[in-house]
Design a protein around this ligand. Structure first.
Ligand SMILES: [Mn+2]
Length: 346
């Protein structure tokens, strides 16, 4: 029996000094970073060395940055969050494996970035998805048209439209101290009011630029220091006709588990909404422990105000045809407790 722990949507930012009249725009606060550091310490102290920790995307965030600031490098973000970095180093020192999966807010993180911060530890790996013994985990942005990685075409620097929308959202937060809300929700709300036109993607973009007080000449400062205006972004993504962004990934989990017989448990992040649920494919009445039962879980987030952060814990029985036990957990006041659980066999 070995344990896998999945968490996502931590959104570590650069924690730059912010001078009035601007407000702090980072999504992960200092207190939340400290809380996460203590969670990693708890895992190190209480779990066996063969435990694996899988970070299911949006761990770092170089998208939430006002349009007129140079976005942070991943190194700057790691340096600004020593509580989190030392927590992960503690896991590695114990011999645990840690896997970073790609999210949209940390889309171009690489193995080289991780090797720099974690001193080349062979136990830190970077990947797009994690598959092992019936488990399929990935962030989920690849199913979200606003946030999927784009290469080629007219996309600016390989980024989706959601990148520029995030920069505008950060701009508004820096000006008004507005609340942090997952991008897929913001897009969904903006899109719900606008759907029906041919260019839904650009309509959503227009609405969010207006909300952030950015006119067509406002210039986004890009990571390389160059600038791209709102008008240029609009032109680059003008032909993109997109459906609404997915704020509920459950149908995608179902498609994925149907396509692959070996996929018994699908784990996503991205929506910030914690979920543990059966994907009953044959019988909606859910026969207990049925071999047809597959499970969808979403790890939730570590940045929701006044709510305990959540994660997914899987106890894997490495003998074939044995039941594995999956739990949605929360970390509250320094203690772990179970929110819900399911079985799956592999
Ligand atoms: Mn995401």
């Amino acid at each position: 029996m070995s344990k896998r722990i999945f968490l996502s949507d931590i959104h570590m930012g650069p924690r730059r000094e912010v001078l009035p009249p601007r407000f702090d725009y980072d999504w992960l606060t200092k207190d939340e970073a400290v809380r996460l550091g203590s969670f990693f310490e708890y895992i190190k102290d209480n779990e066996a060395a063969d435990t694996e920790v899988i970070l299911v995307g949006d761990i770092l965030d170089n998208w939430i940055c006002p349009y007129d600031e140079v976005p942070p490098s991943f190194q700057e973000i790691f340096d600004a969050n020593p509580e989190v970095v030392s927590g992960i180093k503690g896991l590695l020192d114990k011999g645990m494996k840690v896997t970073f999966l790609e999210g949209n807010h940390d889309m171009y993180l690489s193995q080289a970035d991780l090797d720099t911060v974690f001193d080349g530890s062979v136990n830190v790996k970077y990947g797009e998805s994690y598959t092992d013994r019936g488990i399929h985990a990935e962030h989920g942005h690849s199913f979200d048209p606003f946030n999927v990685k784009l290469q080629g075409g007219s996309a600016i620097q390989g980024l989706p439209l959601g990148y520029f929308i995030s920069r505008a959202v950060a701009t508004k937060q820096a000006m008004e101290d507005s609340s942090k809300e997952p991008l897929c929700e913001i897009i969904k709300k903006a899109g719900a009011a606008l759907i029906g036109g041919d260019s839904v993607a650009v309509s959503v973009f227009d609405a969010i630029m207006e909300d952030a007080g950015m006119d067509s000449t406002a210039a986004f400062v890009m990571p390389d220091g160059g600038v791209v205006t709102v008008a240029q972004v609009r032109a680059a993504y003008e032909d993109t006709t997109l459906g609404l962004s997915v704020a509920d990934l459950r149908p995608k989990a179902k498609t994925l588990s149907l396509a692959e017989d070996d996929v018994k448990l699908v784990i996503f992040g991205h929506t910030h909404g914690k979920v543990i649920d059966s994907l009953d494919l044959e019988n909606p009445a859910e026969p207990l422990l049925s071999e047809y039962t597959k499970v969808y879980a979403n790890s939730g987030t570590w940045i929701e105000k006044d709510k305990a952060p959540t994660y997914i814990e899987v106890k894997v029985d490495t003998r074939d045809n044995h039941l594995n036990y999956i739990s949605l957990m929360k970390w509250d006041d320094g203690a772990a407790s179970k929110v819900g659980s399911r079985f799956f066999s592999f």
